[in-house]
Design a protein around this ligand. Structure first.
Ligand SMILES: Cc1ncc(COP(=O)(O)O)c(C=O)c1O
Length: 402
């Protein structure tokens, strides 16, 4: 079927974090909500249909993941990536963040180090520190207006005796964001291979958050890190979910793929008591992964159009720079460098909320390298992106004129 992503859907009064808490979060109702990463688009019809069918039964008791769901995941990994995943490798979690926390507990003891690559999805930081571990930053580098990984810095993070930051503890893992939120990079197979070599050489497990793997702008191609070699697969915990792609975040349904049996047991032990996916999440996940390729193709085409429009418009606003200049390669999140406006973080927040009247995600929360940037969620009807551009233009013009 054809989806109408231009349609503006009123989401107010649905207890929706993105639109129903503006006053509580931002002190005003008068903002365009372009912050949290969920979409203002309808979910795919096959998912809604599967949920309706399940709800025709009057009992929603304890449920398990059926064979057909495992098969949907296995088939999808084969179809999209040529990656032969075995059923045993799959575990279910209510969220990818839950999976990141469990992975940290599975890998490290308090005091150990975990590498993150800021600016990066900010819940990675508490996943490390709330578990008593230490953050080791391997900041991304801006290279020709595009972020790249700093492999030399990464290699230097590891020392021959395993110590780091002067502490006698080991670096046990690297939390990878692939594709990368907020900088919108879709890491190439070569970049991931290089990263993998360094991690393998240092016995460091990759926790690969691939929640944005389906959201590809233009001709970008996603490669699961673990699909690159059997050796890397044994040292990788891959976390995926249908939640971003098919707008199902409220159903709390995700999965982990862990080929190494020892690592998998540690992950499952770390999650003990944490629960799995609820009955409606299981139903929705299966339909999304199996029956919604058509939706995804239309979605990516629409988001690509939004990105192109936004990139063109931002290029014409003095003081703003999109990174990369053409917009994100993956995700629907645009990362805008506003440092040339000369505002400190508080002033920039105030400018976005009171002058531009747009609720974005503030760059500084993403860690080192995020200061002076704003993250815009472009998963909304084109008319909303147009309104955001008009507001931004007017606010920047007013700022510049005095
Ligand atoms: C990189 C990344 N990981 C995880 C999440 C959230 O995952 P979940 O809601 O499944 O915990 C997000 C949401 O924005 C994200 O961008």
């Amino acid at each position: 079927m054809r989806y109408d992503f231009d349609r503006v859907i009123d989401r107010r009064n649905t207890d929706c974090i993105k639109h129903d808490r503006n006053t509580a979060l931002f002190g005003t109702e008068d903002v365009l909500a372009m912050w949290v990463a969920d979409m203002d688009f309808p979910c795919p019809e096959p998912v809604l249909e599967a949920l309706r069918r399940r709800l025709d039964h009057p009992i929603l008791g304890y449920s398990f993941a059926p064979d057909s769901l495992y098969q949907a995941i296995i088939d999808r990994m084969q179809r999209l990536y040529g990656w032969a995943v075995k059923r045993d490798w799959i575990s279910f979690t209510p969220g990818v963040v839950d999976g990141v926390h469990a992975a940290v507990r599975a890998l490290a003891r308090p005091g150990d180090g975990l590498i993150v690559q800021p600016p990066v999805y900010f819940p990675f930081f508490p996943a490390v520190t709330d578990n008593g571990c230490q953050i080791v930053n391997n900041p991304l580098r801006l290279d020709g207006g595009r972020h790249v990984m700093d492999f030399d810095d990464l290699a230097r993070s590891f020392t021959p005796d395993g110590s780091f930051l002067g502490k006698p503890r080991r670096i046990e893992g690297l939390i990878l964001c692939s594709p990368h939120n907020p900088v919108g990079r879709v890491w190439t197979a070569d970049e991931l291979r290089r990263l993998g070599e360094i991690c393998l050489a240092n016995d460091c497990v990759i926790v690969s958050d691939e929640i944005h793997c389906d959201l590809l702008v233009g001709s970008a191609v996603h490669t699961p890190a673990a699909s690159l070699s059997p050796e890397l697969a044994q040292k990788t915990i891959t976390l995926m979910a249908p939640s971003k792609t098919f707008n199902l975040a409220g159903l709390a349904a995700s999965f982990a793929i862990i080929p190494d049996s020892g690592l998998r047991k540690r992950f499952q032990r770390a999650r003990a008591g944490g629960g799995g996916v609820n009955v409606l999440g299981l139903v929705a996940m299966e339909a999304a992964l199996r029956d919604c390729d058509d939706y995804l193709a239309q979605l990516n085409a629409y988001i690509t159009g939004n990105v192109e429009y936004f990139a063109g418009a931002v290029a014409g606003i003095p003081g703003l720079r999109l990174v990369p200049p053409g917009g994100p390669e993956g995700t629907y999140l645009a990362w805008v460098d506003m440092r040339e406006l000369g505002l400190d973080d508080e002033a920039l927040k105030d400018f976005m909320l009171r002058k531009a009247r747009i609720a974005t995600s503030y760059g500084a929360i993403f860690g080192a390298g995020g200061e002076g940037f704003q993250r815009f969620n472009l998963a909304c009807p084109r008319s909303v992106v147009e309104e955001a551009v008009a507001r931004l233009k007017a606010a920047v013009a007013a700022l510049r004129s005095g």
